[in-house]
Every structure is written in C-alpha cells, then in structure tokens.
Design a protein around this ligand. Structure first.
Ligand SMILES: [Zn+2]
Length: 659
C-alpha cells in the first residue's frame, strides 16, 4: 500500500493514497452511491462537486441479480460510470437490519475483489455503544478471524482492504483491536460503530474512540471514520488524524427535508432566510424549495448538502496547508457545547498530539481561552522555557506582564525610561511562562494573539507557570515590576544598556539553547562571530563563524535554519543521537547531494525530534552528510513505507545555495 504524507498540521495531514484506480488526496469524503437509484450520478459527484472517490454497497449490488451480473462482468467502475477510486462496503449494517445470514464473509469479499473494488471491506461485527464488554470482546475475536480469512483470498487486482477497528464504547477493546490490526499487512483502517455515538451527540466518547484507535494503529496507515458525514464533526476528526470519511447523510437528510450546515442541521420547514452561498440556495429561497414537487425538492436539498460537504473538505485541506486546523476545530466547537467538551477532553490524549506537534507554524497561534491550551504548543513551550531558558546563579531580572507583541516595545512608561539609561534584564510573563527578552522573537512568543484580559483558568495557569519557573531556578531572582519600585530598580540595575551587537549575540545564544537544547550554544565558543542584521528591520538574519555562514534566523518563527557548515558544528556541540536522523549507507550519498531523505531508508532517529525541527542527517558511521527539516515524526518514519521523511536543505556535496 502506498500512502504518502505531503503536508501536515500536527496529527491532521494531507496525504496521497494510491489505489488501483488512481491517487486520492486525503482528507477526502466519499459520498455513498446507491447502486439502484443514484439521483446524483457518480460522474456528477466528481465533476460538479469535486469528490474524487465514492463508496457503494457491495451487499446491495450482490442482492440485485441484474447488478450483480454486470458488476462481475464489467466491473463496478463501469457499473457506476466512474473511473476514480471506488470503495465498497460489505453490508454489515444492512445484514444486521434485515437479519440476513445468506452471505458469508468470504463470499462478499470475493465478490468485491472480483468486481474490481479499490478498497474492499470484509464483513465485520458491529458492537453497539451500549453493549457489554464480553459482547465487544467476542465480536472482535470473530471479526479478526474474518479479516485473516479475507487477507488469504486471491486479490489479483491489488485492491486495498478496509480492516475496521470495532469495540463499541469499550476503549480497551478498541485499543486491542487496533493493536491486532497493526500486526496485519498494511490496510485502510476504518473506525467503525461510531454512527450511534455521533447520532447521540456523544462527541467526547467519539474523541476517545478516535484517539484510542489512532494511538494504537501504525501512524502511516489511512484511517477512515466510518459513517461520519456531518460537517460539524469533520474538523474534530481531521484534527485527530482521520483521513477518510463517507457520507450517506447528504441523501438521508434530504429525504427528511433537512439541510446540513457547518454548525448543525436545519429543517427546510423552519427556514425563512438561507445564508448558504451554494448555487442551489443562491437561486432558490426556502419558500421556493418548499414549493417544489417532492422529487425535485429532494434533489435540491441533496445537492445543497453535497455542496456543503465538499466545501467542508476543501476547508479542512486548506487549514492543514495554513496550519489553522485547531482554529477551525475551536470555531466549530463554539457551535455545539458537546463538541466543545470533546475538544477539551482531548487534553487526556496529549501524548498522541505532542509527538507530532510542529516546532512552529507559519501562522500566529490564536489563544482564546483555556480551551486553546489543549493545543500542545502551549505546554511544550512552557516546558522548554522551564528547561532551556535558565536564570543563572545570582542573576537578577525584572518580570513584567506581556502586553502584546513585540513585548519589549510595550513596556510600562517608567520601565521603558529606566531601560534607556541602564541594562535591565527582562522576563515577560506570558501564557507560556516567563519568556526572557532574548527569546521574544521565537515561536510562539512573538507569534500568538491572546486577549489582554485572560479567562480565570488561563490566568491561573500563567501564575502557576511563573511559580514553577521560579522554583526551577532558585539561584536567580525575578523581581515583579511595580511602578512604585522604580527607585529601587534604578539602584539595583546600574550597568549601561547592552550594545546592539551584545543583544544580538545574547539572542543567538538563547535561541540555540532553546531550539537545540543544552550545550548547543557552545558551538559559538572560541569562534569569531559575525551577526548580520536586516538593514530594514534591524533583526538578526544570518550568523557567520570564522567567516563561514552557519545559521539563518527565519523571520516567521525566530528559529534557526542550519547550513551544512552549521550542522557540522552543531553535531560537535550536541552528542549523538540528538538531532540525528541516521540513514542507510546506500542512500547517504544521495542525501549528500542535497536529495531528500525517504522514509524507508532511515535506520534510526532521535525520538525527541518533531515535524519542522532541524535535523542532522548522518550515515551509518555517524558522519553528517546533510541538514534539513523533519517532515515526519520519529514514530511515523518506520510505518510510512514511502514518501519524504526529511526535507534536505543542503548536503555535503550539494550545489544548492542554502536560504
Ligand atoms: Zn446551499
């Protein structure tokens, strides 16, 4: 199975899944096509609405004599008039409804494979959320046996199999199921049995179920949230790393006279004004729609629902590109209190999010209230400040509340005046803890927007972060700024203000320590440093040591990009395996020429690296052959069988000039 990660925002990811009928960009939603009556044809779903893949029901096709024959003779693609990827469902749900036991697992899977399905689904057992543990366990044992049977069937066209995680509301069974599936060959992994959970608006349980499955499944396999087709929950599921969705909701809701919206569902009967910008709603008022004959009205509502779903998937993919997935989740959560509860619940799954949390984002972090603290960036920055931004023995600094960025340009007047005459080291009290002035340009300190007055829970977190910092570095002293104490401060800080170049050097040292950890700043030691600043903004841009360009400070996140020379110096300053990605000797020469590191050729990797971190690419003997940025997280590299793991910037023999 070929599944490659192209772009990501934490667990949310844009990937490319290769199927026998072409590549599918994920996250993707597959509209359910009824083989008997498709009012909106599969070709229209693609051409008019932009859906690149569809799902249909093999059980219904097989039951209907004419369709079954054609599917076997011509294939399911000609049957539906659709040449893109087609997933087929086994009819677990229908068989349950009709209590039909006439089809065996082997028969329905063989039928799907013979009909040329791209993603075929075995007949699993579905555990309802209310059913007891014993039932969930025995259902799973039976289901796993059926998957083994399906995997043994001849599959000459190379269809992917959809092996579903079941377990009802029993997270331990879900975890075991996902673990069992990890041991099977790579497949698409639906998370099943969630429709009743979503219909009951039990979104916290939904978040638990998704996070539990994701944590136990190999990271490099596509995950499908089976039956999820409401735009309200799609951002939450994408944020938690779901790649595929399917929806019969567009048709079901249309039959009931209901319209899907990103913030919920509305009945046509209740609408006076319709704010939807889709072509259907732009042309027809709700009264027009109500006046249509039922078949036409159904079609109009189905088309509205499809437009909304299609827009939702575009929105999700764009949010991944721009690093705003969590913002989308938060805004959606404000439409439904239970969804908000689910978002906050995800704090219990912090480990899952943290292992893929990017080192920085191109977009500023929007912090609204304590809910925004669920995003791991907040806690990771707090921990890093605590460990990597020390207050040394006898050091004294003034702690002042951050009042917007840049912090040092928004000081109380008296303090600003004092600093014109004397060197007053500052720490800014922020959501992330006390930030030393030398780090004020680093992500997310300069790149976040928070209310001036925080909610009580966030304010108490700020206070706790400050306390734990003071406890961690008791040899130094942080004096909280108070206007009345200006006289005392004037007496305490008498040294002249730092020169611009001393400030720049302090920033370089502090940033190296914050970004690369203990010892990293020692790479400056004993070398003649030249720090080049932007002529326009005066900000640090490049660092030269002994006449060689070693570091570039990125304007958008205030962190360093390494040149190959810089990577060599860093490797001496921080011992292996820190910041290393070791590659096999066969491919190391290609990386040395500046080519990217592909996942299958990585031998080992520093487990503390995160997507977006700078990486030192080493050969098997430990020699640095290239520098670049992590695209995958360490835990993902071994499970993605293809695709780029590290975007190489410069190799030992690369001709490309680094940025
Ligand atoms: Zn509409």
């Amino acid at each position: 199975m070929r599944f490659e990660l192209k772009d990501r925002d934490g667990l949310a990811r844009r990937c490319e899944l290769t199927t026998p009928h072409g590549k599918l960009e994920t996250p993707a939603l597959l509209p359910v096509v009824n083989p008997n009556l498709s009012e909106v044809s599969p070709a229209a779903l693609r051409d008019e609405f932009g859906f690149r893949a569809v799902i249909t029901n093999a059980y219904i096709i097989r039951r209907s004599e004419g369709l079954a024959e054609r599917a076997l003779k011509e294939g399911v693609h000609r049957l539906l008039g659709f040449d893109g990827p087609i997933m087929t469902d086994s009819g677990t749900f229908q068989m349950r409804m009709y209590r039909d036991a006439e089809v065996t697992n082997a028969e329905i899977v063989s039928f799907q494979l013979a009909a040329g399905s791209d993603i075929a689904t075995p007949l699993d057992l579905f555990t309802e959320p209310g059913e007891p543990l014993g039932k969930a366990e025995s259902d799973w044992a039976e289901t796993l046996g059926r998957y083994l049977e399906a995997l043994a069937l001849p599959n000459p066209k190379g269809a992917l199999l959809a092996l579903t995680v079941q377990g009802g509301s029993h997270l331990a069974v879900r975890r075991r199921a996902a673990g069992d599936l990890s041991a099977l060959p790579a497949a698409v992994h639906p998370i099943g049995g969630v429709v009743p959970i979503m219909e009951g608006e039990r979104y916290s349980l939904l978040a638990d179920v998704i996070a539990t499955a994701k944590a136990a499944l190999p990271r490099g396999r596509p995950v499908h949230l089976f039956g999820a087709g409401h735009p309200l929950v799609i951002p939450l599921a994408v944020w938690l790393g779901c790649d595929l969705f399917d929806s019969s909701s567009y048709a079901k809701y249309a039959h009931d006279g209901r319209l899907l919206y990103p913030d919920g569902t509305r009945a046509l009967a209740d609408l006076e004004e319709n704010p939807c910008p889709c072509p259907v709603c732009a042309r027809h008022t709700p009264a027009d729609l109500r006046a249509l004959p039922p078949p036409e009205r159904y079609l109009a509502l189905a088309r509205h629902n499809l437009h909304v779903l299609s827009a939702e998937m575009r929105k999700a993919r764009q949010a991944i590109r721009e690093g705003s997935v969590f913002e989308l989740v938060e805004s959606r959560a404000r439409a439904n209190p239970r969804l908000l509860e689910a978002v906050r619940r995800v704090a219990l799954h912090a480990d899952l999010l943290e292992e893929v949390e990017p080192a920085s984002r191109t977009r500023a972090l929007r912090y609204f209230d304590a809910t925004s603290g669920v995003l791991p960036t907040v806690e990771l920055a707090r921990r890093r400040l605590l460990e990597r931004a020390p207050l040394g023995e006898g050091e004294e600094a003034v702690l002042v509340a951050a009042r917007g960025t840049p912090f040092s340009k928004r000081l109380p007047q008296g303090l600003a005046k004092l600093r014109r005459d004397a060197h007053v080291p500052l720490f800014f009290e922020t959501l992330f803890g006390p930030v030393p002035e030398a780090l004020e340009e680093v992500y997310p300190f300069a790149q976040h927007i928070a209310p001036q007055t925080l909610d009580a829970e966030s304010a108490s977190r700020v206070a706790r972060a400050t306390e734990s910092y003071a406890r961690r570095w008791p040899q130094g002293r942080l004096r909280r700024f108070e206007e009345a104490e200006l006289g005392a401060l004037r007496g305490a800080f008498r040294a002249p203000p730092l020169t611009q170049s001393a400030r720049a050097l302090a920033q370089v040292e502090a940033t190296l320590a914050y970004q690369f950890g203990a010892g990293a700043a020692s790479l400056l030691r004993g070398r003649a440093a030249t720090i080049e600043r932007s002529p326009r903004t005066g900000k640090v841009r490049t660092v030269w040591l002994d006449g060689r360009h070693v570091l570039s400070l990125r304007a958008h996140d205030g962190l360093f990009s390494l040149t190959f020379e810089g990577g060599g110096l860093l490797a001496k300053a921080v011992p292996a395996p820190r910041h290393r990605v070791a590659v096999v000797d066969d491919t190391a020469p290609f990386n040395a020429q500046g080519k990217n590191v592909f996942a299958p050729f990585v031998k080992s990797c520093d487990p503390d690296l995160r997507p977006g971190d700078e990486a030192l690419v080493a050969d098997e003997a430990g020699a640095i052959v290239a520098v670049g940025r992590m695209r995958l997280a360490p835990g993902e590299i071994s499970s993605f069988g293809s695709g780029v793991a590290v975007d190489v910037r410069q190799g030992a023999r690369s001709r490309r000039v680094p940025p």
